[in-house]
Design a protein around this ligand. Structure first.
Ligand code: DGL
Length: 266
């Protein structure tokens, strides 16, 4: 196990805060730099080339802050760019896909899993490729839900009728099927977990932030002379959504400085 003094966590926007929250809930003594690329969200409707380019800039920014390991708190970047990032940077980099699939494979009883994510994620087949390789007895379906991220970034809450209509539109086709496990394959989606659960009663939801945070706890040992978590929150544009969010889903985030950075310069 490695000991890191400082880790970096990034996402295209606010979704990675659900991962950060899970990491902070499971660990104490963390020093973290969070980066949300609110100037360029959403990533999920972009080409792989653009997503890789953005992700490289995000990593370069975090390295400039002295982090020693990187958590890719974004399903889209994990699906499209993780291999490339690992080739180009020498620090340890962890992504969300494998832990989520392993957790889903463990709990499914019907052996039919569905992954929801951005268009780029579902199109990449990164989740289904991994499941087919590791768990060939499982069926895996995928649904792209491109309107979820803009809803969340624009502050539409779960109890808003528009949110409920859109969730119903994307997910009602799999209600009452043999799918018993749903991977929320985008880190924004836990903000919609209550309405998703209501739409698909009885289906187990896999939160990729929670499953990733378990990997972080197992692989990253932190200096144990600090008892609180320290987080510096950096955004490339507005962070108003962050202030607006939402103590129900983000219970474990410490207060910390909020900074604005110019991501194009990295
Ligand atoms: N949180 C990102 C993910 O996990 C959202 C992607 C986007 O910006 O479209 O995929």
């Amino acid at each position: 196990m490695n000991t890191f003094k400082r880790i970096g966590v990034f996402d295209s926007g606010l979704g990675g805060l659900t991962v950060l929250d899970a990491i902070c809930s499971a660990n104490k003594g963390l020093s973290i730099v969070y980066f949300g690329d609110t100037a360029r969200v959403p990533y999920g409707s972009r080409t792989p080339e653009t997503i890789i380019h953005y992700a490289e800039q995000d990593v370069r920014f975090l390295l400039s802050k002295g982090v020693e390991a990187i958590v890719v708190a974004c399903g889209t970047v994990s699906a499209i760019a993780l291999a490339e990032l690992r080739k180009r940077f020498s620090v340890p980099i962890v992504g969300v896909i494998e832990p989520a699939c392993d957790a889903a494979a463990k709990v499914t009883e019907s052996n039919h899993i569905c992954v929801i994510g951005t268009e780029a994620t579902v199109h990449s087949q990164a989740y289904s490729d991994y499941i087919n390789r590791m768990y060939p007895h499982l069926n895996v379906s995928g649904i792209g839900c491109p309107m979820f991220v803009p809803l969340i970034e624009n502050g539409f809450r779960e109890d808003d009728p528009i949110t409920q209509m859109i969730v119903e539109r994307y997910l009602s086709p799999i209600r009452n099927t043999d799918i018993d496990t749903l991977i929320l394959g985008c880190t924004h989606y836990p903000f919609l977990s209550n309405v998703i659960q209501k739409t698909l009663p009885g289906v187990r939801l896999i939160d990729i932030g929670v499953t990733l945070s378990e990997v972080v706890s197992q692989t990253i040992s932190l200096p144990n002379n600090i008892s609180d978590n320290f987080v510096e929150y950096c955004f490339s544009d507005r962070e108003t959504g962050f202030k607006r969010f939402d103590t129900e889903h983000l219970k474990n985030l410490p207060n910390g400085p909020i900074k604005s950075i110019n991501i194009e310069s990295f």
